[in-house]
Design a protein around this ligand. Structure first.
Ligand SMILES: NC(=O)c1ccc[n+]([C@@H]2O[C@H](COP(=O)([O-])OP(=O)(O)OC[C@H]3O[C@@H](n4cnc5c(N)ncnc54)[C@H](OP(=O)(O)O)[C@@H]3O)[C@@H](O)[C@H]2O)c1
Length: 287
């Protein structure tokens, strides 16, 4: 059976270790500050007194520290052999640190897996929780079942360390785009004397359209099929131009709408006018 280790038992590391223990795995644990291991010892974990001991006792070691930077420092200090082991870093981090970690693990003969946990500690072990990982296909074949114990909807999204950071940036952009839409929308309404309460109350009705947007995106973008638009790029550009004039005439901050109009109009000018709005993915990628 796979021998597991969980290093760093903060809120998230403890939740991961506890979930694996409850699933019946043999789990070695280590934390820099020893007190945090006690609760897990009561749950059946084998408490180690050093990171070396925990990694040495396992073939799949999950690290859940502050960031990849601390994981790099921790790996650099290990004296146990890492040959044939897989180190799975679930800590958040930036791309350059992820690259540094993968590089040092390679030099030490270890396989890497990097994970992004899309949940709070209370969501660990739930059927609908997603942990996205990068690592080579063989590593996912060997250890993917363990990651799916931690999050039922988990998946490996590729090998490149930067893929996780890009996926985070992409999905964060979707959420933040919505938040910024509400912020700019509130400002133009306020300028016209509409109460923020009225604006806020109207949001659920407009939000229903977000599902239609997603359906259109999912139908057209992966297939790169942008023809037969029910509402074409030029129709959106004209509506955006009207909205932009409203922002400007009311002296409301207009950068968000300017950006949308600029991109849509440029695609229209370059022959995309009858295509779906989602054809902007293709138009902007080609630039
Ligand atoms: N909590 C969440 O909801 C959540 C969700 C998704 C992802 N994450 C990610 O999971 C990681 C851990 O988060 P957390 O919420 O568990 O944080 P936390 O409760 O603050 O725990 C941090 C852990 O890292 C250890 N640590 C920090 N610096 C260290 C160092 N230089 N050397 C050795 N150990 C060190 C701490 O050890 P000590 O006990 O000795 O201080 C502790 O075990 C972060 O990267 C976070 O972004 C968290």
């Amino acid at each position: 059976m796979t021998k597991l280790a969980v290093l760093d038992l903060g809120s998230m590391g403890s939740a991961l270790a506890r979930c694996l223990l409850e699933a019946g795995y043999d789990v070695h644990v280590w934390n820099r500050t020893p007190g945090k291991s006690e609760a897990l010892a009561n749950a059946g974990a084998k408490v180690c007194t050093s990171a070396d001991e925990a990694v040495g006792a396992s073939n799949f070691a999950i690290v859940c520290i502050k960031s990849h930077k601390e994981t790099v420092a921790l790996v650099e200090e290990l004296s146990t052999s890492l040959g044939g082991k897989t180190i799975c870093d679930m800590s958040t981090g930036e791309t350059s640190d992820a690259d540094a970690l993968v590089s040092i693990l390679g030099e030490r003969g270890a396989e890497y897996m990097l994970g992004m946990i899309n949940a709070y500690p209370s969501g660990v072990g739930k059927e609908d929780t997603t942990i996205l990982t990068v690592g080579n296909a063989g590593t996912w074949e060997r250890y993917g079942d363990i990651i799916r114990v931690l999050g039922g909807k988990s998946a490996n999204v590729g090998e490149r360390p930067s893929a996780l950071a890009a996926l985070f940036a992409g999905l964060f952009t979707v959420r933040q785009g919505f938040m910024f839409g509400m912020i700019f929308g509130a400002l133009v309404c306020q300028k016209a004397g509409i109460s923020l309460q009225v604006f806020s109350d109207q949001l659920p009705a407009t939000l229903k359209l977000v599902n239609d947007y997603h359906n259109l995106f999912a139908r057209t973008v992966p297939a790169e099929d942008y023809d037969n638009a029910e509402a074409s790029m030029k129709v959106y550009a004209m509506a955006q131009e009207d909205a932009l004039k409203t922002f400007e005439s009311l002296d409301a901050p207009a950068e968000f709408m300017q950006l949308m109009y600029k991109r849509t109009k440029a695609a229209w000018d370059e022959g995309f006018g009858d295509k779906q709005l989602t054809a902007l993915v293709q138009h902007m990628a080609d630039q």
